[in-house]
Design a protein around this ligand. Structure first.
Ligand code: C5P
Ligand code: MG
Length: 191
């Protein structure tokens, strides 16, 4: 199996690139943000709980996010691998993911970070907010909070996998196709 973590700040292009990668490598794309938005759209108890955090640009508690991720993985056992997008976002989530993969007889293959400067992120998210319908993309204050949360809670995940020799960084600025090529060279080096 190839199990990738597509990593990077909000608006770094994880979702866009994951969609292209699943076609090429035949992997299952799991975006925890999309799963939360689906639950919110259906006004489920999980959606209601997640909403209170998401609309402030904060993280949903680990136990909730990990439980939802586990359900999604277990509902799709017969795949060539997974692309985790927007997960793990904390060290406890990383530990839970490693344990889950081990339980399934596999492991995280690589974390690849899309590196994008803060000001570019703010610009991209405000632009996306014009059409995404996402409240958390429409308010500069919420966007800046998401960037702060990324720095304080999420960026240690990069070091966590780097210590295991499993973290790579690619330049996330440029044309979509160009960035896709950068990701593919990292992935092709794994297989
Ligand atoms: O990944 P994405 O940017 O779509 O996530 C949107 C929001 O969902 C995040 O800003 C955060 O509030 C919540 N989220 C979370 N934990 C995750 C993934 C997403 O709290 N692992
Ligand atoms: Mg996304």
């Amino acid at each position: 199996m190839i199990n990738l973590i597509l990593f990077g700040p909000p608006g770094s292009g994880k979702g866009t690139q994951a969609k292209k990668l699943v076609e090429k490598y035949n992997l299952l794309h799991i975006s925890t943000g999309d799963l939360f938005r689906y639950e919110m759209g259906n006004d489920t108890p999980l959606g209601k709980e997640a909403k209170s955090y998401i609309e402030k640009g904060e993280l949903v508690p680990d136990s909730v996010t990990v439980g939802m991720l586990r359900n999604k993985v277990e509902a799709n056992p017969d795949v060539a691998g997974y692309i985790f997008d927007g997960f793990p976002r904390t060290i406890p989530q990383s530990e839970a993911l490693d344990a889950l993969m081990e339980e399934k007889g596999t492991a995280v293959s690589q974390l690849i970070m899309l590196d994008v400067p803060d000001e570019e992120i703010v610009k991209r998210l405000l632009e996306r907010g014009k059409t995404s319908g996402r409240k958390d993309d429409m308010d500069e204050g919420i966007i800046r909070n998401r960037i702060e949360v990324y720095k304080s809670e999420t960026s240690p995940v990069f070091d966590f996998y780097q210590e295991k020799g499993k973290a790579k960084k690619v330049n996330g600025v440029g044309e979509i196709e160009q960035i896709f090529e950068r990701l593919c060279s990292e992935i092709d080096a794994l297989v």
